[in-house]
Write a protein that binds this ligand. Sequence first.
Ligand code: GRF
Length: 205
Amino acid sequence: MMTQETARIAVFLSGAGSNLKALIDASKCGILSGKIVLVVSNRAQAFGLTIAGEEGIETFVFKEKRYDSPEEASADLLARLQQRRIDYIALSGYLRLLPAEVVRTFRNRIVNIHPALLPKYGGKGMYGHFVHEAVIASGDKESGVSVHLVNEVYDDGPVLEQVRVPVLPDDTPDTLAARVLKQEHKFYARVLNKLIKGKYQLDHE
Ligand code: GRF
């Protein structure tokens, strides 16, 4: 179990990177006992890469199709993570599945944040505004944020913690998304910090 003070964290993202920014800030002010040392994106234009660059954090654009085979892509990604002595991976709006070999190697050390109360509104294709549209269409009175361990299936690993957020009668997907995202920014670092500190009972350690 990892309890060191300076866990080395890689953040994977595909888009805006507001959760990356929140994790960086939490690391700077000591809420997160870890340092973001690598940001990986499948999209070269992701704004999260700009945030990383401004913070002096190394970035890597990982495009599986650039490799001769999925095995080669997986081996290269894993080697880069290991060379940089990554302890934890935080998925932050990363819209791809991680290679299975990476999931196996980092078992119980990969987290994802999802903008709904899993197991509801998760799975392939359930991201961004699709999630909030589905919540509003369902008539649910509450939504929330889930942070869970990552396995080989989208949004499927054990939930570590959730926070609840009300759905208001006049909500649009955008207003609900904004309310949920605000909670995400407070919540992700705290849950990741607890994982790093060994505060969760995990299977197969
Ligand atoms: C967040 O809503 C997160 O829950 C989901 O993707 C979004 C990423 O937003 N997995 P950002 O790129 O961190 O701003």
